[in-house]
Ligand binder design. Structure first.
Ligand SMILES: [Zn+2]
Length: 283
């Protein structure tokens, strides 16, 4: 049976693999769609543990708890820059904010303490969920985002998805369904890695828990397919990240042009060579 692209439904050639490394003993392919340029893992792993990043060691967790304040600052810095600045623009006191895939919770702890907003975190990784509750006293729902959507009817003014969409098996459906958890006029703040601008080796992108690798046109098309209009879109050249602020509104998805797709394919092949050379030199 022919494989088809998640985004454009075009035929996905099984040989057009742009990243099969970095998965340890698990064979892994990242197929490039010659129609739209989306890079998708094939097959997508079934195990739930692949949704989130692996737990850190007991020693690392202890260090995290001991140096909590310093660690929170460090974690925060990671999320400052684009995410921090964007949130500064959007936040108003009294807002209700949900951070889906909140990790250790440092970002929403900071928002709660500094910006007078009420926050909720959703985190599937038990280690991270537990840390966010005990270290910061945050309300955390330890579940998948899919389960959380139907769990109750509480609505939020802002929903954050920071480096989460690439971990979802069916991101379009999840984004569509999230509309009911947003207040009328509420906004989504979504950040994903940008595979075309790697400031690190490609191994950081091609991981078992990353099912999709976006660039700015494929990410734009995905958001449009999910029924979202983009209000702010940032893809700075110095960051391997894409950030979008969106609201729910019908828009027509535009797929990347064939010229862009061809350029992207050439770029991915060049990045693979660079990554390989870098690794060889490091050995
Ligand atoms: Zn496609």
């Amino acid at each position: 049976m022919a494989l088809t692209c998640y985004l454009c439904s075009g035929v996905l050639p099984s040989w057009l693999n742009v990243g099969s490394f970095g998965a340890g003993s698990t064979p892994m392919r990242n197929l490039f769609c010659p129609t739209c340029g989306l890079i998708q893992q094939s097959p997508i792993p079934k195990e739930e543990s692949y949704i989130f990043e692996q737990n850190i060691s007991a020693q690392e967790l202890r260090a995290k708890q001991e140096g909590m304040a310093a660690e929170a600052q460090k974690l925060l810095k990671k999320r400052q820059s684009m995410m921090g600045e964007t949130m500064e623009q959007l936040i108003r006191p009294g807002m209700k904010i949900a951070d889906l895939g909140c990790g250790y919770g440092s970002f929403i702890a900071y928002l709660r303490d500094q910006k007078s907003v009420s926050v909720l975190g959703v985190e599937l990784n038990p280690q991270q969920a537990q840390f966010a509750q005990s270290a910061f006293g945050l309300p955390i729902v330890p579940s998948t985002i899919e389960e959380w959507i139907d769990r109750d009817v509480e609505q939020f003014d802002l929903i954050i998805l920071s480096h989460v969409v690439e971990h979802l098996r069916d991101p379009i459906t999840v984004l569509q369904r999230l509309q009911k958890r947003l207040t009328p006029g509420g906004k989504m703040v979504i950040e994903v890695p940008n595979v075309a601008v790697p400031t690190r080796s490609l191994h950081w992108f091609f991981k078992p828990e990353h099912f999709w690798n976006f660039t700015h046109p494929t990410f734009r098309a995905l958001l449009a397919k999910a029924g979202m209009r983009i209000e702010v879109f940032q893809t700075p050249a110095e960051h391997s990240k894409i950030l979008a602020v969106c609201r729910y509104d019908a828009v027509t998805p535009v797929l990347p042009s064939s010229v862009y797709v061809l350029k992207l394919l050439c770029r991915m092949q060049w990045l693979r060579v660079k990554s390989f050379l870098r690794r060889s030199l490091e050995r």
